[in-house]
Design a protein around this ligand. Structure first.
Ligand SMILES: Nc1ncnc2c1ncn2[C@@H]1O[C@H](COP(=O)(O)OP(=O)(O)O)[C@@H](O)[C@H]1O
Ligand SMILES: [Mg+2]
Length: 304
């Protein structure tokens, strides 16, 4: 979505009375992964984070809440028989639709291309939360891959999480859309803290630049805190993992991007997104030979 479309949507959203949403409570940490703009790496990052935490013996569940373009199952080569659609229609219990992913983390698939479900009603979402709260005793983490955009569905999933992790890359539209999303969440749902992962960067400084730009506008105009969790380099191996339907951490564990994700997982495991110590941001050092050029990235983005 371009900035003009985003801004038009914001202007049209003139009801800002929603306030705090019911939170998914319990012992588990509920972390929403979100972005504003699509195609910035949310699904790839979240499933690798889930794998990393699961390898550390954490009990992890990934909720694929991208109803329109579900792809957690596709990226992992899984073919779900039942999906969230069956849960929302009250045909199945959440436990009946759970799949097991690499390193043993569990997945609630939404299935692909159920476009009529891209807008879940408030009641359906509450029903899903009720179902999820039944299993929270077994879990350390619930990650929610929210899908892109600023639909009320995406906003409500974010507002119901305890921690919100924004993914942005150095592309200007990714930055403006991330800002637009945080603005809505701050105004509509009074969210005050966000975490940021800068993805597809060419260097640590490139990632820091994404953070600095967003942090400046967040503190100046929104009065919200943005915490820098880390950076992930642009890595052509990601495209290969999509074809082989296995996570980067499994196929290329020594790549700088996989190392970055592992370090971010460690940081996440020791700190809440909202309470990161200053200078805590994690990621692998990116040597000049590993860094991809601006042109590589541009060609990659054009293909998306
Ligand atoms: N760090 C990265 N380097 C190179 N390609 C990446 C990186 N992160 C994601 N991608 C690629 O970008 C595309 C979109 O990623 P995806 O995780 O589906 O984004 P989203 O869930 O935000 O829509 C995929 O083709 C993926 O392989
Ligand atoms: Mg996705």
């Amino acid at each position: 979505m371009d900035q003009a479309t985003t801004l038009r949507k914001i202007v049209n959203l003139n009801k800002f009375e929603e306030g705090p949403q019911p939170k998914l409570s319990g012992r588990m940490r509920v972390i929403a992964i979100t972005s504003g703009k699509g195609g910035v790496g949310k699904t790839n990052i979240v499933l690798n984070l889930c794998m990393a935490l699961s390898s550390r013996n954490r009990r992890v569940l990934l909720l694929d809440a991208d109803m329109g373009l579900a792809n957690v199952d596709v990226l992992l080569g899984l073919t779900p028989k039942y999906t969230l659609e069956h849960v929302m229609n009250r045909q199945k219990d959440v436990r009946d639709i759970m799949l097991t992913g690499p390193a043993g983390f569990r997945i609630l698939p939404s299935g692909s291309g159920i476009s009529e479900l891209s807008e879940m009603t408030y009641e359906q979402q509450m029903h899903l939360f009720q179902e999820l709260s039944k299993i929270d005793d077994d879990l350390d983490y619930l990650f929610i891959d929210t899908g892109a955009g600023i639909s009320s569905n995406v906003l409500r999933f974010n507002a119901s999480a305890n921690e919100i992790l924004i993914i942005a890359n150095p592309e200007p539209t990714s930055i403006t859309d991330a800002y637009a999303l945080m603005k809505l969440l701050a105004i509509k749902y009074h969210i005050r803290d966000f975490g940021l992962i800068a993805n597809s960067v060419t260097s640590r400084a490139d990632g820091q630049g994404v953070y600095d730009t967003l942090e400046r506008v967040c503190s100046q105009f929104l009065k919200v805190n943005l915490n820098f969790l880390g950076w992930i380099p642009f890595d052509a191996n990601f495209r290969r993992t999509v074809r082989q339907q296995k996570p980067l951490l499994e196929l290329y564990p020594d790549s700088p991007a996989a190392k970055s994700i592992s370090r971010i997982a460690d940081l996440l495991d020791s700190h809440s997104v909202t309470q990161l110590p200053p200078q805590a941001a994690a990621g692998a050092e990116i040597g000049p030979e590993k860094a991809s050029s601006f042109w590589d990235r541009l060609l990659h983005w054009k293909k998306m």
